[in-house]
Ligand binder design. Structure first.
Ligand code: C2G
Length: 130
């Protein structure tokens, strides 16, 4: 039984999010997703997500290839989360290529290619310009 873990904000859910979660799950037997809390997002990006953390958690946990979700409260706790959820594989999009190699001592670290031509930021810009 291989457990996969991944992290992200997953704001304004789109096909890029679905594709990475589906491919992450296919690498193992179960998938746990750490969802950036609203506070963490504010710290990272200086703005709150469009969808709040409760709604983002509900959306992601409704997907059939997601087994469980939790709130990621701090970027510095990745090692603790990987251990706590006993993950065998950490999956991240390749926008993070190389950034999490330090966890190779406790799990396999896999970077998957991002889905081209879509992002939350781009969707927000398109909607704003309408
Ligand atoms: N993603 C993707 N293709 C896209 C857009 C996003 O594969 N077109 C992937 C990202 O690579 C990431 C996941 O979807 O693995 C979630 O993306 P974001 O919500 O943008 O996550 P991010 O803010 O990068 O948070 O601890 C790390 C952070 O929490 C990651």
């Amino acid at each position: 039984m291989k457990k996969v873990i991944t992290f992200g904000t997953f704001d304004v859910l789109h096909i890029g999010h679905i594709n990475i979660l589906e491919r992450a799950r296919a690498l193992g037997d179960s998938l746990v997703v750490g969802i950036s809390s609203d506070q963490l997002n504010f710290k990272k990006k200086n703005r709150l997500p469009i969808y709040n953390e409760a709604d983002r958690k509900k959306l992601i946990s409704s997907l059939r290839f997601v087994d469980s979700v939790f709130l990621e409260e701090s970027l510095e706790l990745k090692r603790e989360y990987i251990s706590k959820y006993k993950a065998d594989i950490l999956v991240m999009g390749n926008d993070w290529e190389g950034k999490f190699d330090e966890f190779n001592d406790i799990c396999q670290v896999v970077y998957l290619p991002r889905t081209p031509s879509i992002s939350t930021t781009e969707i927000i810009e398109i909607v704003k310009s309408k």
